[in-house]
Write a protein that binds this ligand. Structure first.
Ligand code: OSB
Ligand code: MG
Length: 368
């Protein structure tokens, strides 16, 4: 494959509901899209970096800077054998895996389109349908939370993930259990606790949660290992896993029993596959998380989630749960908690470029 041209675009896209986690909230997203041209086709990728450095040190603006200044110039004109090799010229760049992933994932779409196969097939996916769940942000009151859960259960979501923080945790989750019974329920703390909160975290252990996601610091493995040894509930790591090496470390230290793989966080789909394989060997379950992506990032996540080790429903919700109108066609929908993976070439959905260009905040074009 030859990388002939790369286009970067940023568009504003407002979430239907503001999304709140322990570190803050977001209503208006800034979406960075990357289009890579080669061999008569175009592949699309999305950068998952957030608007501020709360989830990761990367942001919309750092990702744009690193892509435009270092990554894209280094790969323009290159001829990698496959998408898995496209980042080889930027191995020297430390970190910035969200920026790298945007290009890598676009290259996977390009390769799949060049070969005229769905991305799912190129990745080695085992199925054409994926069970999906929903991630619910912090709500002001239990009643507001109950109303959300009820709506999502009615719609058929197969897993309910609830954001927690100190003060909105044990009692709130116990109330959810009383109200909804034995639903597939989990909690995500986005690093809101420390090991000194052990007594508070032990209160969550009797609630039959599928897992507790990222309870402790964003860069920690040791305290998570200690916490996991005290809890019956599996710990799932999200923020702590930024690379294959991080996953290896977490497995070695028994820091978790489950890993949330987000390709946009770990440097792309090749790294995601390797983490998936390592976890399968180690008997650690994986599932595919989300970063409030548009339909472009969602399509990549869905294709990845067809791999056999993805045994837990992902945070891959329908387009309408996020946006008034998505930027891909058809939009992502599900039936009874099951999302069908598009069967066209590559990501299998058409990117509405006309609409994107009508709402553009900025654009940069790079040619070999
Ligand atoms: O921690 O998984 C997270 C969204 C933004 C940043 C971090 C997280 C999330 C979600 C939403 O939980 C998942 C989604 O529906 O995209
Ligand atoms: Mg998370």
């Amino acid at each position: 494959m030859r990388i002939e041209r790369v286009e970067l675009r940023e568009i504003p896209l407002a979430l239907r509901d503001r999304f709140e986690i322990s570190s803050g909230w977001r209503h208006d997203r800034r979406i960075v899209l990357l289009a890579v041209y080669g061999d008569g086709h175009v592949g699309w990728g999305e950068c998952v970096a957030a608007e501020d450095p709360s989830y990761s040190y990367e942001t919309t603006d750092t990702a744009w800077h690193i892509l435009a200044t270092f990554i894209i110039p280094a790969v323009l004109g290159s001829e990698p054998d496959s998408a898995a090799d496209v980042l080889a010229p930027v191995d020297w760049i430390r970190g910035h895996r969200m920026a790298k992933a945007a290009l890598e994932m676009a290259a996977w779409d390009l390769e799949a389109k060049t070969k005229d196969v769905p991305l799912r097939v190129l990745l080695g996916g085992a199925r054409e349908e994926v069970a999906v769940g929903v991630s619910i942000g912090l709500q002001a009151t239990d009643d507001a939370l109950f109303a959300k859960i009820e709506g999502h259960l009615e719609r058929g979501y197969r897993k309910i993930k609830i954001k927690i923080k100190p003060g909105r945790d044990g009692e709130m989750l116990a109330a959810v259990r009383r109200r909804f019974g034995d639903i597939p329920l989990m909690a995500d703390a986005n690093s809101a606790y420390r090991l000194t909160d052990l007594p508070r975290l032990m209160e969550l252990d009797d609630l039959g949660l599928l897992m507790i996601e990222q309870p402790l610091a964003y860069d920690d493995y040791l305290d998570h290992a200690e916490l996991q040894s005290r809890l019956a509930t599996p710990i799932c790591l999200d923020e702590s896993i930024r690379s294959v090496d991080d996953a290896q470390l977490a497995l070695k230290l028994s820091s978790c029993r489950i890993i949330n793989i987000k390709p946009g966080r770990v440097g792309g789909l090749a790294s995601s596959k390797r983490i998936h394989d390592l976890c399968q060997e180690a008997g650690v379950a994986v599932w595919c998380g989300g970063m409030l992506e548009s339909g472009v990032g969602r399509a990549h996540n869905l294709a990845l989630a067809t791999l056999s080790g993805f045994t837990i429903p992902g945070d891959i919700s329908e387009s309408r749960r996020y946006w008034e109108r998505d930027i891909v066609e058809p939009e992502f929908e599900m039936s009874d908690g099951i999302m069908r993976v598009p069967d066209g070439p590559g990501i299998g959905v058409a990117v509405d470029q006309e609409r994107i260009d009508a709402m553009l905040d900025r654009k940069d074009v790079f040619s070999a």
